[in-house]
Ligand binder design. Structure first.
Ligand code: ADP
Length: 468
């Protein structure tokens, strides 16, 4: 079975968040299970494309509102990934030093149309199109409705929602950008008087998946306006928990770590990573180290962190390290705390892949007070590396973290996203840390929990088979 994933991100080529990690891992695991899985993605102006050599396999033009843009399909001259990647190079639109920005509508429309135009020319067509998020949300619509793609419309198409907050809506002034279709069916594009790519995908895809069973249920109640649509389409919707790439996220081999470790030498290995973090950020190694890694946005509960940190740090019985960027006000508030809490707190505002790995390998607890968390990969990485997760029970966090007060529990969970509940959860972490015996046993226990893609990759295969 030949699967084509269509996505804006794919690790290690271009990563903004969890979408990249999923699209960089799932095809690998699918290939190991005997499928032929590949990825189509935009060609960006970034480190990966600068460091590699590419070969052109197809050239044409994509029409956007009667303006012709040259495009090429590129492949890697030497591919060391475990799956094929086809890059859509539209120099006038896609080749930018960012993945997302103000001009996404035109860029991702060009991407989707160019990708399908190229697939039309292939002798061997895929058996499944697997689209990811709203950037590829018009693919299911175009396959079903656009006259020029009629020969592809029997190929099943799946859309995976990684985050329903972002839907890619745009105005009808750009309707003419979409390859011609019967205008009687324009309603398939519409949600609340706008063209809404995510809504169009939910309506037109043969199956809709999201990245955890709990998030699927939550979306039927609240999906940034699309809840009624998801409820109406619920017979074709399913939640499949994301996995992690256990080869990339392996504390025994991770090249980013200061010290590698397994369950056998976890105390020593993690101790060295923690020491490096504490030396680098001027923190006290003897105190429990709480960390946050992520986008500083409302969904992640990051707006509450400055107040939580201010209160917790007054007691001077723990250290806190934050890695993230996003909302400028929150960034400023987090930076402002540095002076007052020197020695117990630091914040690295920015994106740093290496540092994130060292934090997973050295911090004692990872904070995820998310309001919305479709799946969440951070908690799975932290489990694998032995950092105890402190999470708000929602979406994928609810499906992967069991509170330590329960039988076989190992994490710390809270129900509400309030300053008081997050503080209380951190206090529970401090108490657990004092009981070093229990703390270390828990750490070893969580490292053995298997969240690799093995199980979930098989679930996707069953889904593909059910519509093929
Ligand atoms: P989301 O996709 O909503 O941002 P996920 O938990 O699904 O959240 O995935 C986040 C991914 O991005 C993880 O791999 C995490 O380590 C990484 N990440 C987030 N922010 C940063 C940052 N500032 N520096 C390094 N890695 C980050």
């Amino acid at each position: 079975m030949k699967i084509i994933h269509i996505s804006a991100e794919c690790y290690p080529i271009a990563k903004v968040g969890g979408l990249a990690d999923v699209v960089g891992a799932l095809p690998k695991y699918q290939n190991a299970l005997g499928l032929k899985s590949s990825v189509i993605m935009p060609f960006y102006d970034n480190k990966f494309t600068a460091d590699n050599t590419f070969v052109s396999v197809y050239k044409s033009q994509v029409l956007l509102n009667e303006v012709a843009h040259d495009f090429e399909v590129l492949i890697l001259k030497e591919n060391s990934l475990d799956f094929d990647v086809f890059f859509i190079d539209v120099p006038s639109l896609l080749f930018k030093d960012y993945v997302y920005s103000f001009d996404d509508t035109d860029r991702f429309l060009a991407f989707q149309i160019a990708a399908l135009d190229w697939i039309l020319t292939l002798d061997e067509k895929p058996n499944i199109f697997h689209c990811h998020d709203h950037h590829t949300g018009l693919v299911p619509f175009m396959l079903q409705e656009s006259f020029k793609y009629e020969s592809l419309n029997k190929i099943p198409v799946i859309t995976t929602i990684h985050n329903a907050q972002y839907q890619g809506g745009f105005g009808y002034d750009k309707l003419g950008f979409i390859p011609e279709f019967d205008k009687e069916n324009v309603g398939l594009l519409d949600w609340n008087g706008q063209i809404n790519p995510l809504a169009a995908a939910i309506k037109c895809a043969w199956r809709v998946t999201t990245v955890s069973p709990s998030y699927m249920e939550e979306l039927k109640l609240e999906a940034n306006g699309l809840q009624d649509l998801l409820k109406a389409e619920s017979q074709k919707c399913v939640g499949i928990l994301n996995g992690i790439d256990a080869a990339v996220w392996n504390p025994e081999k991770d090249e980013y770590l200061i010290s590698n470790f397994s369950e056998k030498n976890v105390n020593l290995g993690r101790g060295k990573n923690k020491k490096w973090l504490c030396e680098t950020f001027n923190l006290d190694t003897s105190k429990p180290l709480f960390a946050f890694i992520g986008r500083l946005v409302y969904e992640k509960g990051s707006d509450l962190l400055p107040e939580v940190f201010q209160t917790i740090l007054k007691e001077k019985n723990c250290s806190i390290l934050l890695l993230g960027s996003g909302n400028k006000e929150v960034e400023e508030e987090l930076k402002a705390l540095k002076e007052e809490h020197k020695g117990n707190y630091d914040a690295f505002i920015g994106y740093d892949e290496k540092l994130s790995h060292i934090i997973y390998g050295g911090a004692d607890f990872l904070l995820m007070p998310s309001r919305v968390e479709p799946c969440g990969l951070n908690q799975m990485y932290s489990l694998r590396y032995g950092t105890i997760p402190i999470v708000r029970s929602t979406g994928g966090l609810k499906d992967t973290v069991v509170d330590i007060a329960n039988e076989n529990g190992f994490g710390i969970c809270h129900d509400e996203v309030t300053v008081a509940e997050i503080e209380h959860a951190i206090q529970r972490g401090i108490t657990l840390y004092k009981d070093q015996d229990k703390f270390k046993k828990t750490r070893k226990y969580i490292m053995k929990i298997d969240h690799s893609w093995d199980a979930s990759a098989s679930e996707y295969i069953e889904l593909y088979k059910s519509i093929n």
